[in-house]
Design a protein around this ligand. Structure first.
Ligand code: CA
Length: 509
């Protein structure tokens, strides 16, 4: 496979003239990442648990149900608890513990986004995100996933939210990450507006840095942002499909992130179901995203490329439950505890599915756990691309081939030496977590407290076993500390003394 790469690269960069050569090469699978922003594990009528639970009845996502029937569902997929750490991990294959991109990057340059705190100070994390060149306050990563795929002959398309770096930095522009096409991706973490009638925020005298770029064709029209992105994404696929060039589409929806603005096509239905106006708007954002998934799957089928296209559905962190939601805080991901910004399951466990008719058996499910770091090595293996760059992840291609493989023996880290926002309970600030096998260990740094949960018996993390299982706690704290140190983990410091907070194993006498 490898010796075909130069031919593909040459033909891609000679554009249409060289395209005829493509037909002589073996077809590589196309890859689509369908990435939803801030979507929780329970924000869907498709259960990701073992059974239908009450919150599943709140939402209507028929296309996710269809994807589950046509692909493989992951019960236990993990990411970081906020945007940029997960997103930079997806395209670097490196843990945010290692890159020191542990919090979200700003729409303005050189700004640490940590919420103010009287007691603890955040470490000197990479506040400008990921970069492929040397720049201040960034993690230097020469060849992100899209670049590796482009070098291997893939037509690389980015549509939607990027959020890998701050305004003006190399990493804020998807083209610098190896995307041939970029539509609407930048340093933005959320849109100013979802409405075409409001030009997605690009209104004279009202525009902020959060106005979504590149969608002028829809200005003034009744086209919801999610649909505009879908239309641009499928439009961008026409060229590689027509010319039989393998493609990588990274469709990063701004939905379902705040501002929680109603999608008028679905809003009334949820009001009629009895949801309050915020939750009805939220559910309408979810259903609009689901329609996009259906439109995309329909498009791939219509174009005859469905069979050899791998579609990976993911969210970038858990569902929002701390602020800005309707109803009671910390209830939006039940039975999972807490939400976005927290190391508890509500913050880091996400809905994930993979559809690939050529290889993945329809209607299958797996309990093997996966994490954001695994995305890069998996896609590279699928694409037959080798890279000398190290990764913290592991390819889950074997699980795609055989979902009964359970590979849950490695530690997954959810390290957040930062403060996200003003309400700091439930691990929403200065926290860390590790999953290993059935166990989950949580570190609430300000409280100098470790908690221990057995997820097989206690998915909701309600029964802290730290006191009753001291031996297990100690063993896990030692493994965890070793893993954190091996990746060069940063810790916050006590403002009073300037000293770093203790490592997990130092809390155990
Ligand atoms: Ca997010």
């Amino acid at each position: 496979m490898k010796r075909f790469i130069p031919i593909l690269v040459i033909s891609l960069f000679c554009s249409v003239a060289g395209v005829a050569q493509q037909k002589t090469t073996l077809p590589k699978p196309n890859v689509v990442l369908f990435l939803v922003d801030d979507m929780g594990w329970m924000d869907t009528s498709q259960p990701f648990g073992d059974s239908i639970m009450p919150l599943n009845r709140k939402f209507h996502t028929p296309n996710m149900e269809r994807m589950a029937k046509e692909g493989l569902l992951f019960h236990q997929a993990y990411v970081n608890s906020v945007c940029t750490p997960t997103r930079t991990t997806l395209i670097s294959g490196l843990s945010s513990v290692r890159t020191h991109i542990t919090n979200w990057t700003s729409i303005t340059p050189d700004r640490a986004t940590d919420y103010k705190d009287e007691v603890l100070a955040a470490p000197a994390w990479n506040i400008n995100g990921l970069s492929t060149i040397e720049e201040p306050h960034t993690f230097l990563y020469r060849k992100p996933l899209p670049q590796l795929l482009k070098d291997a002959g893939y037509f690389t398309i980015h549509v939607g939210k990027a959020h890998w770096g701050s305004l003006g930095t190399n990493g804020s522009d998807p083209r610098n990450m190896g995307f041939v096409v970029n539509i609407a991706g930048s340093s933005l973490g959320h849109p100013q507006s979802y409405y075409g009638q409001q030009n997605y925020g690009n209104m004279p005298g009202k525009t902020t840095y959060n106005a979504v770029p590149d969608l002028q064709a829809f200005y003034g029209k009744d086209v919801f942002l999610t649909d505009a992105l879908t239309e641009k994404a499928t439009g961008a696929l026409d060229f590689p499909i027509k010319n039989k060039i393998p493609f990588f589409l990274y469709l990063g929806h701004y939905a379902v992130h705040t501002p929680i603005q109603a999608d008028p096509r679905y809003f009334g239905k949820y009001l009629n179901k009895g949801l309050d106006s915020i939750e009805a708007a939220y559910a309408s954002l979810v259903e609009g995203m689901d329609k996009s998934l259906g439109d995309l799957m329909d498009y791939l089928k219509k174009k005859g490329v469905e069979k050899n296209t791998v579609v990976i559905f993911m969210s970038d962190n858990g569902g929002l439950s701390n602020v800005a939601r309707g109803g009671k805080r910390n209830t939006h991901n039940l039975p999972l505890r807490a939400g976005k910004g927290s190391p508890y399951e509500g913050g880091v466990r996400i809905p994930m599915m993979v559809k690939w008719p050529a290889l993945v058996k329809p209607g299958t499910k797996t309990n093997s756990y996966v994490s954001a770091e695994d995305f890069l090595p998996t896609v590279l293996e699928i694409a037959g691309v080798t890279s000398q760059q190290a990764t913290d992840g592991k390819s889950y291609l074997p699980v795609l081939k055989n979902p009964s493989i359970i590979d849950n023996k490695r530690p997954l880290l959810f390290h957040y030496p930062n403060r996200w926002t003003f309400l700091a309970d439930e691990g929403y600030a200065w926290s860390s977590g590790m999953r290993l096998g059935a166990w989950k260990i949580i570190y609430l740094m300000k409280d100098k407290k470790l908690e221990l949960y057995n997820l097989e018996k206690d998915l909701g993390e309600r029964n802290d076993l730290a006191k009753s299982n001291p031996k297990q706690l100690k063993e896990l704290a030692q493994i965890w500390t070793r893993e954190l140190k091996a990746r060069g983990a940063q810790m916050p410091t006590w403002k009073a003394t300037g000293e770093a907070v203790a490592w997990p194993d130092e809390l155990i006498p």
